[in-house]
Design a protein around this ligand. Structure first.
Ligand code: OAD
Length: 256
């Protein structure tokens, strides 16, 4: 039987510039549901992508605010898992590491990663829907919606507009500078680890392909096999919280 870790571990041990590109799957073992997995309980009848648009917010602000406050409650009560921790530890093992995430939680930071590039914004940065002013109570404890799911968004102190989550919705542009830096890092790295993403949402999904096209190797870490016909693409099939510590162990065992 071939050892699927052998090549990825060698690539990691020899890499100078590494990009870790994460999606919702990296937080799944912390208890945060992915976007395209089955939701449980309160929200199982809702399609997350249908709540994540400016039009959905305009049509039913209380439903959308309630959904994001529910997610923020989950994140506040969650802890970084073994994958977040291994990614944070990797920074001390390779000459240059950049973490690029599609996630709007802060679990990478709470595990110890610094300078994380958040392509899709943050749950902790709400702002006014109308004037864009940031909302000063961003760090406040989230309010969980009741069984009716709805929760009225707070109002802006400047213009009384509705406060919206600080995340990028479908149909909106990604934060330009963050995106430009992520593209630059991906196009200059030797190795990109793509962890827990379905690769379905553009333009973020271009990042692994960009790294491959620029000559880097890409390792997909996901319980589902990720299709790739490219020679330099590898799969480590499994949960990120199991695969990442094992990958680090294989890459760096023997080093101090
Ligand atoms: P998805 O929900 O589309 O995909 C999650 C991926 O994680 C799937 O490929 C799962 O197989 C995988 N997965 C599940 N459990 C895992 C585990 N324990 N370890 C590793 N992988 C696991 O989430 P994203 O790809 O992040 O956008 O979705 C991309 C974007 O779509 C999100 O950032 C969000 C959403 O709409 C915005 O909010 C703008």
């Amino acid at each position: 039987m071939t050892d699927t870790y052998h090549i990825p571990a060698q690539l990691l041990a020899n890499a100078n510039r590494v990009v870790v590109f994460t999606g919702a799957g990296v937080s799944a073992e912390s208890g945060i549901p992915t976007f395209r997995g089955r939701l449980s309980g309160l929200w199982e009848r809702f399609e997350p992508s249908q709540l994540a648009t400016p039009d959905a917010f305009m049509a039913d602000p209380e439903l959308v605010w309630g959904w994001y406050e529910w997610r923020r409650t989950l994140v506040c009560n969650a802890k970084p898992n073994a994958a977040h921790i291994a990614i944070a530890e990797l920074a001390a093992r390779v000459p240059r590491l950049t973490v690029v995430t599609q996630n709007v939680d802060d679990l990478h930071e709470r595990a110890g990663s610094a300078g994380v590039l958040h392509l899709h914004g943050s749950l902790n940065a709400p702002r006014c829907f109308d004037c864009g002013a940031s909302f000063p109570d961003a760090a406040m404890k989230p309010q969980e919606p009741d069984a009716g799911r709805r929760l009225a968004p707070p109002r802006c102190q400047h213009c009384s507009g509705m406060i919206r989550p600080g995340v990028v919705w479908f149909g909106e542009s990604l934060p330009e500078q963050v995106f430009a830096r992520a593209f630059e890092e991906a196009s200059q790295c030797d190795l990109l680890l793509s962890i827990g993403t379905s690769g379905l949402v553009q333009p973020a999904a271009q990042i692994p392909a960009l790294a491959l096209a620029a000559g880097a190797s890409v390792v997909h870490i996901n319980p589902e096999n990720v299709e790739s016909r490219m020679q330099n693409a590898y799969n480590l099939t499994g949960a990120a919280g199991e695969v990442m510590p094992e990958l680090l162990r294989r890459a760096f065992s023997g080093s101090p």
